[in-house]
Design a protein around this ligand. Structure first.
Ligand code: 5GP
Length: 189
């Protein structure tokens, strides 16, 4: 059986990548989503095994030492990483796999698995991103500014991805991501 394809989606917070991933997954029963592992505490409403696998710092560091993470990153005092085994098993079984991770992780995945296809989701402009984050209504001015600074940093790596999709209209962006996936699935490794 042919191996599946590994797709990585990144983009700044507020760009709509979660919605794009959800719609792509809903429309493709062969695609699997990698649930990340984190040491941060669950937020209200987050579900173990759905949003994240929540683990302690010691457990995370042990998995890291054992090589059980495909990639990882540390934000402030929390770790985030992708469990390797589930991803590799799915690919071997012929499933395509989707990772939603930041650029630090995306480039580690490319190093570890060069056939991975990296897709960056960008906002039409920084102004548009600011408005989207503001419309969520959950951010203080300080958090907003921090997110925008982070977004500029994220955006500076967009050129190193295989594909760039501008999310001006969500339907079009989902369609474009699906077209990229169709093209890539048609290629030989
Ligand atoms: P949050 O705490 O808001 O859920 O996530 C914080 C940051 O961690 C986000 O930028 C998110 O993209 C990133 N992140 C989530 N899971 C992973 C992962 O498995 N690996 C890496 N490298 N980053 C992740």
């Amino acid at each position: 059986m042919a191996k599946g394809k590994l797709f990585v989606i990144s983009g700044p917070s507020g760009v709509g990548k979660g919605t794009i991933c959800k719609r792509v997954l809903d429309a493709d029963s062969n695609m699997r989503f990698s649930v990340s592992m984190t040491t941060r505490v669950p937020r209200e409403g987050e579900v173990e095994g759905v949003d994240y696998f929540f683990v302690g710092k010691d457990e995370f560091e042990e998995l890291l030492r054992e090589g059980q993470l495909l990639e990882y990153n540390q934000f402030v005092e929390n770790y985030y990483g992708t469990p390797r085994r589930a991803v590799m098993n799915w690919l071997d079984e012929g499933h395509d796999v989707l990772l939603e991770i930041d650029y630090h992780g995306a480039f580690q995945v490319r190093d570890a698995y060069p056939a991975a296809i990296l897709i960056f989701i960008a906002p039409p402009s920084i102004e548009a991103l600011r408005e989207r984050i503001l419309n969520r209504g959950t951010e203080t001015e300080e958090v907003l500014e921090r997110r925008l600074t982070q977004a500029m940093d994220d955006m500076s790596h967009a050129d190193d991805y295989d594909y760039l999709v501008v999310n001006d209209d969500i339907k079009t962006a989902v369609w474009q991501v699906q077209q990229i996936m169709r093209i890539e699935k048609g290629k030989e490794d």
